[in-house]
Design a protein around this ligand. Structure first.
Ligand SMILES: Cc1cc2nc3c(=O)[nH]c(=O)nc-3n(C[C@H](O)[C@H](O)[C@H](O)COP(=O)(O)O)c2cc1C
Length: 193
């Protein structure tokens, strides 16, 4: 489905990956992500910028072919997300290492988000879609991944091929078709517009 938004007439061309990205819930459960798609996404995180090159991002790839995929969906995702995310091809857990060698890592959360922004563009670039989730059970995910105390789980991202909205329960299908909206530039640019 096309949900390309309108942008300011003053704006030059934007990357198609920015224009075409949105967060669907209807994913094709048959789609298997290839090794090259997966490694491309992982590399897109790896090559993010970071303060002093401190690279605070940590990610886990839970493929739907993984024997523990279902267990992860049931224990790690809130039910309102699990209902549609179970059809995605992979779930990317995003965590931030906040402390290393007993020193706080500068701008750690900001930096992980920045790297994930790149990943969303890479996902879009290979024709897949992503949907971030903070409706997750972080304690369960920490337990599942055996993460140390110096890590914070930020989000889980569902990745997959978009499917028809009518594969979803009626209420979710309606949300799927709603046009995208954003606050205006006047509301977000505090100086220099
Ligand atoms: C950090 C973060 C957490 C989010 N958590 C959820 C979530 O738990 N469930 C959900 O359906 N969408 C979630 N979203 C998706 C947002 O609702 C969505 O990005 C926003 O409405 C803008 O829509 P768009 O991504 O389609 O442009 C989350 C997005 C982000 C960035």
């Amino acid at each position: 489905m096309e949900k390309r938004p309108e942008t300011s007439p003053k704006a030059g061309p934007l990357l198609p990956e920015i224009l075409d990205r949105w967060s669907p819930r209807a994913f094709n459960p048959e789609r298997i992500i290839s090794e090259s798609e997966k490694y491309g996404i992982l590399e897109s995180v790896r090559w993010g910028a970071s303060s002093g090159n401190n690279q605070p991002w940590k990610i886990a790839w839970i493929d739907r072919e993984d024997a523990r995929f279902e267990e992860f969906v049931d224990s790690g995702l809130m039910p309102g997300n699990a209902v549609w995310a179970k059809n995605s091809s992979a779930l990317l857990v995003v965590a931030t290492e906040i402390e290393r060698d007993r020193k706080e890592l500068d701008r750690a959360f900001y930096t992980t988000g920045l790297a994930l922004g790149q990943a969303l563009m890479q996902i879009q670039y290979v024709g897949l879609f992503s949907h971030h989730m903070s409706g997750i059970f972080t304690d369960k995910i920490v337990e599942f991944l055996e993460l140390g105390e110096n890590h914070v789980v930020d989000a889980v991202v569902a990745i997959g091929e978009i499917d028809d909205a009518n594969t979803l329960p009626a209420e979710l299908a309606e949300r799927e078709l709603t046009p995208r909206s954003r606050r205006s530039l006047e509301e977000i640019v505090v100086y220099g517009l």
